[in-house]
Design a protein around this ligand. Structure first.
Ligand code: MN
Length: 498
């Protein structure tokens, strides 16, 4: 009798007798990713005390009795941190719930209390979503409030605790307010994951909740990765990849980990549920501790804090004060420009959408405006007169400036302001009248009879080659002021026998 493996069966059925090696081939696997993001909140002080929340200070200077968990010290909840956490919940379309702080116990030395105050079964923000530029809504399971831990540095060996000579600990970060955003396993590729983090960061920065700096650890991403045969809906054993400090590492780590899982299944093995560390230099993940179950942390309600029940009136005030979010801004600009949301995403990401909307309102062509802003406006530009931008775009559509000239004028306009007509003139781009251009073209034809003959009577290849040559001669004669498009049109007209 033969038995068929049922990979969708419950975990306990997946014994060693089941052969996985034939259940999918490479290319028939789907990667399943859920991200957990820790965002440090942009408060002045810590979550439960008045010690400063500041990056880059001398080690162990932003501390006080609460941070150090000294006997008799008690936590006092930071109202601003709660407000920022609620902003995050609202921006992620979560419902804001009465919640309870809980102690998460563990034995690492980076928390002097030997526990972290977090939230467990009753988090503040539950069940929301984050809309990506593609329009896809990635589910958010929860976004709870917790305190950050301190930072250990293991000296000697390869920087891991196991073979360290000694360890140093800095408690500046201990007690810094965090929101941990737990995404649902809705993402299917490294690109999806990068889009999720990019969008989440824009949202956090837009609402003033966090500075979103991955390089300073304000935004830390862990990726839960598993794979499954394409078409299946099961969730297989996942590994949690930590230590990804940039969008690039995130993508690489996910791709490495998915490939590792596929290889294991194809070899008839199964991945273990565990935490793994991404090593940027070797481009691999290495096993860390096997993943704790919740019971290992012995969660229990924090006895020194009362439950947090946000006043609905306060929540509505916070909601009313939220700025427009990137998804809404993309939709607004896409509609005004007559384009798709994905086409205008970069304009919104660079905060140039107000400029674009005002220029379009002043009569600029939407698509031309968006294209010029994306391709030719220095991304760091913060100020640009939309009326002058509209005027410049009009000069382009009227054929008074070439694409290259528009780019130069736009650069000047962004840097120094002014009037695009005056800038163009100062740069020597004064409008070339069409009869003036025509006489230059005639002169070039007269000076290059062989080229003209090959252009007007040759085959397609000749025509193409000579068009380039003749246009080049016109450009030379006009010191680059002629519009290439206008020159080709004139040349074509002249073949037509005018
Ligand atoms: Mn956490």
């Amino acid at each position: 009798m033969t038995t068929t493996a049922d990979p969708s069966g419950p975990e306990w059925e997946l014994g060693t007798s089941i052969d996985y090696s034939n259940d999918a081939t490479v290319g028939e696997w789907e990667t399943v990713i859920g991200l957990e993001v820790h965002a440090e909140l942009a408060t002045r002080t810590k979550l439960f005390s008045g010690a400063p929340n500041q990056f880059g200070s001398e080690p162990n200077t932003n501390i006080d009795p609460v941070t150090l968990g000294l006997p008799g010290s008690l936590p006092v909840l930071n109202e601003k941190a709660v407000e920022l956490a609620i902003r995050i919940g609202l921006a992620l379309n979560c419902s804001i719930e009465p919640c309870v702080f809980a102690r998460k116990n563990y034995f690492y030395p980076d928390m002097p209390k030997d526990f972290q105050i977090s939230q467990y079964d009753k988090p503040l923000n539950v069940e929301g979503w984050l809309e990506l530029p593609s329009g896809f809504r990635a589910g958010i399971e929860r976004a709870h409030v917790e305190e950050d831990t301190g930072k250990s540095t293991h000296v000697g060996g390869d920087g891991r605790i196991n073979d360290a000579v000694h360890s140093l600990v800095d408690y500046n970060r201990a007690g810094v307010p965090l929101v941990e955003i737990v995404g649902r396993p809705d993402l299917r590729s490294a690109d999806d994951a990068r889009a999720f983090v990019t969008e989440l960061r824009s949202v956090l920065v837009a609402i003033g909740a966090s500075d979103g700096r991955m390089e300073e650890g304000s935004l830390r991403v862990d990726a839960n990765v598993s794979v499954r045969p394409m078409g299946s809906t099961e969730l297989r054993t996942r590994c949690e990849v930590k230590n990804v400090n940039s969008l690039r590492s995130l993508g690489r780590a996910i791709e490495y980990e998915a490939a590792r899982h596929i290889d294991m299944y194809k070899a008839g093995e199964r991945p273990r549920q565990e935490t793994r560390h991404w090593d940027e230099d070797s481009g691999r993940t290495t096993p860390g501790r096997s993943k704790e179950d919740a019971e290992d942390y012995r969660y229990f309600p924090e006895p020194d804090l009362v439950p947090l029940v946000p006043d609905p009136t306060w929540v509505e005030e916070i909601r009313a004060a939220l700025p427009a979010l990137p998804a809404t801004r993309r939709a607004t600009l896409a509609q005004a420009a007559g384009m798709k949301s994905t086409d205008v995403a970069l304009v919104v990401e660079r905060d140039h959408d107000d400029i674009a909307l005002a220029a379009i309102a002043a009569g600029a062509d939407g698509a031309r405006c968006v294209t010029r802003l994306i391709n030719d406006l220095p991304p760091e530009t913060t100020d640009l007169d939309p009326d002058m931008l509209a005027k410049l775009l009009k000069m382009e559509s009227d054929g008074k400036l070439t694409a290259t000239q528009v780019k130069q004028v736009l650069g000047e306009l962004a840097e120094k302001g002014g009037d695009p007509e005056a800038i163009a003139q100062a740069l020597g781009f004064e409008t070339m009248e069409s009869d003036e251009l025509e006489s230059v073209v005639d002169q070039v034809i007269a000076d290059n009879p062989d080229a003209w003959e090959r252009f007007s009577e040759g085959d397609d290849g000749d025509r193409k080659k000579m068009s380039g040559f003749l246009t080049g001669q016109v450009m030379k004669a006009t010191r680059g002021q002629a519009d290439g498009g206008a020159v080709s049109r004139l040349l074509a007209q002249k073949v037509g026998g005018s």
